[in-house]
Design a protein around this ligand. Structure first.
Ligand SMILES: Cc1cc2nc3c(=O)[nH]c(=O)nc-3n(C[C@H](O)[C@H](O)[C@H](O)COP(=O)(O)OP(=O)(O)OC[C@H]3O[C@@H](n4cnc5c(N)ncnc54)[C@H](O)[C@@H]3O)c2cc1C
Length: 289
């Protein structure tokens, strides 16, 4: 398996990167960690005329907190950097755990959060936990920038609202009242296997009562999917084991998973029921955001 021929660019700053991305349009591909892009190029699924690497753009790296606004994660931050970040451990431990539980150590060492989002596959691990935390993404091109809720980013498998000339530069997790969040995934192996199904949740509890809930399912539809019927079922309610069971069943009913080599739609639906119930229970009882 060899890579096809292509022109390689490693622009020194974001302005030059944006100029190149505009110039080449959809005949170029942006390279971050390359764990997905280079794999597709080696398997002849993609043969871009040019590859534009982001690796010199230090402004797209790192995690910081802006008081009164939220946590800002650079798009080039690797999954291991997310997993090991002391700042994230303090503010959003659930994001560290989601990053730690995905892929394998080699992939997490080079795979980036931006690549995991833009790649837009239903089983991706980071979009669900970021979506329940109300994350927004910043898209930049040579003319300016726009910030969009991650909730509105995905259109289908490998399809997003990102235009060909836009670079995803950062992810913002806004300050919030969430009292507990978590994500649980099921893979066929402990390491290096894509999720067969997953559920991420964020809740705001007031004693035993759920003030608000966000639930996002992985591998349950062509895009990371809000389980809105399940959310409605528990919002404003006193939480009981029976209600969590009902919420899991509601999430399974509203999901639309496909049959694939990793699991049938029916198997996935049953996983969604169980994972949603467990994730809600964990977020409510452990109380870690
Ligand atoms: C063995 C193996 C196991 C894996 N396991 C998992 C898993 O458990 N969970 C999971 O979610 N994924 C998994 N993956 C998939 C993949 O590694 C991840 O999706 C990874 O996060 C992609 O990030 P990257 O930086 O390598 O992206 P790249 O491969 O560099 O890019 C992916 C796509 O995003 C575009 N892109 C990247 N960054 C930007 C940006 N900043 N702006 C605009 N476009 C951009 C690229 O042009 C390309 O189309 C696995 C892959 C392998 C090979």
């Amino acid at each position: 398996m060899y890579l096809p021929d292509f022109d390689y660019y490693a622009p020194p700053d974001l302005v030059e990167a944006c100029q190149l991305v505009r110039e080449f349009g959809n005949s170029a591909k942006i390279l971050a960690g390359g764990t997905d892009l280079l794999h597709k190029m080696k398997h002849t699924e993609l043969a871009p005329e040019a590859v534009i690497s982001l690796k010199k753009l230090s402004e797209l790296k790192g995690i910081r907190y802006l008081p009164g606004q939220g946590v800002i994660i650079g798009a080039l931050t690797t999954q291991n950097e997310l997993a090991d970040s002391p700042l994230l451990h303090r503010k959003y431990r659930s994001v560290c755990e989601a990053a730690h539980n995905m892929a394998n150590n080699q992939i997490r060492h080079i795979g980036t959060v931006g690549g995991n989002i833009v790649n837009a596959v239903p089983s991706a691990d980071l979009p669900p936990i970021l979506m329940v935390l109300g994350a927004k993404v910043k898209l930049v091109n040579i003319d300016g920038e726009r910030t969009v809720p991650l909730d509105e980013f995905f259109l289908g498998v490998h399809q997003t609202i990102r235009r060909d000339d836009e670079i995803l530069t950062e992810i913002e997790i806004p300050d919030q009242k969430t009292t507990g969040s978590t994500s649980i995934r099921f893979g066929l192996r402990k390491s290096g296997a894509l999720a067969v199904a997953g559920a991420a949740v964020a809740v705001e509890m007031d004693g035993e009562t759920c003030r608000s809930a966000r639930i996002v399912l992985a591998a349950a539809a062509p895009v990371p999917m809000r389980a809105r019927a399940a959310e409605r079922l528990i919002t404003g309610q006193q939480i009981t084991p029976d209600l969590l069971e009902q919420a899991g069943a509601a999430a399974a009913r509203e999901s639309n998973p496909r049959d694939s080599i990793r699991g049938s739609a029916e198997y996935r639906r049953d996983l969604i029921r169980i994972l949603t119930r467990r994730a809600l229970h964990k977020a409510i009882t452990e109380g870690h955001v």
